[in-house]
Design a binder for this molecule. Sequence first.
Ligand SMILES: [Ca+2]
Length: 350
Amino acid sequence: MAISQNTHPLVGFGLVGGTLVAGLLALSLAQQGRDVAPLTVDRDGSPDQPMVWIPGGRYWRGSTEAPDARPVRAVEVDGFWIDRTEVTNAEFARFVAATGYITTAERAPDPRLYPGADPASLQAGSVVFTPPGSDADLNQPLSWWSYVPGADWRHPSGPGSSIEGQANHPVVQVCWDDAVAYARWANKRLPTEAEWEYAARGGFDQARYAWGNDLLPGGQWQANIWQGRFPTRNTRDDGFAATAPVGSFPPNGFGLRDMAGNVWEWCADWYHPDAYANGPSKNPTGPSASLDPDEPGVPKRVQRGGSFLCSDDYCVRYRPGARGKGEPTSAASHTGFRCVRSKTGPEPQL
Ligand SMILES: [Ca+2]
């Protein structure tokens, strides 16, 4: 099977990021500690983006439509707070301004980690969706992904792009390490996969979509995904060709925005295709090690929710039961995150 759409193809480009430095910085930030706002106060001064309390409960996790999301099992999670929206460019900018954090995509890969590589090729950058000019083979995802030197969260598509005027769009070009660093600074954490799915379903247990079983209730798009023939023709019927400002679509049953589409969201867990067959049914935190049969030997973290590149004729993983995966030091132009916070007790292991 070819590399999947949401598998960051840095591996295919012979680059897997050189991010030991980023990881150490994340640890450093965690050790410093930060003053954070009370839970009931909004994150950015606006009254419409507080965290949302998700009461604990039991739900049917998984999907019969995806081999790695079986078996569908009853899972129980304790209550937790979750960001109402994906972390925005404005929020991530505040984190960077406060800490001086440099994301992985902004760091040139360490030549010592790539002894056979041409040093000239080891440039800071990231992976960008670059739609091909003609019909593409859907089995060849690398044909619409490019490693672009200079692509980072401030320049999501490369040096010629910017986030000017997109303060309220989800931050992208952040890898798992970057997301964890932000979360620790904010005294939050990444959601477990079980928490994320429970939140995404919004009480519509076993429903196909995060909003129910009808793709277009009232004829209205409920999420920022792709319409038209992927990856060459985006009719943007939902109003957006790429990221949308957070909260552009109706909330789910818990009042959360963009739990389907817009950008993939990093979760805390390691990815493993058999994760659901094993592990506890209460507060699962995922397997102890990763396995991606598509790229054995490349550890992956879980991503959920799909992105603006998902469509029913190619990637249906914007559905709440579907799972994604990504190499934790690799970022991309369609991947961001949101955070959670426990009410009490020890937090799940990141
Ligand atoms: Ca769209």
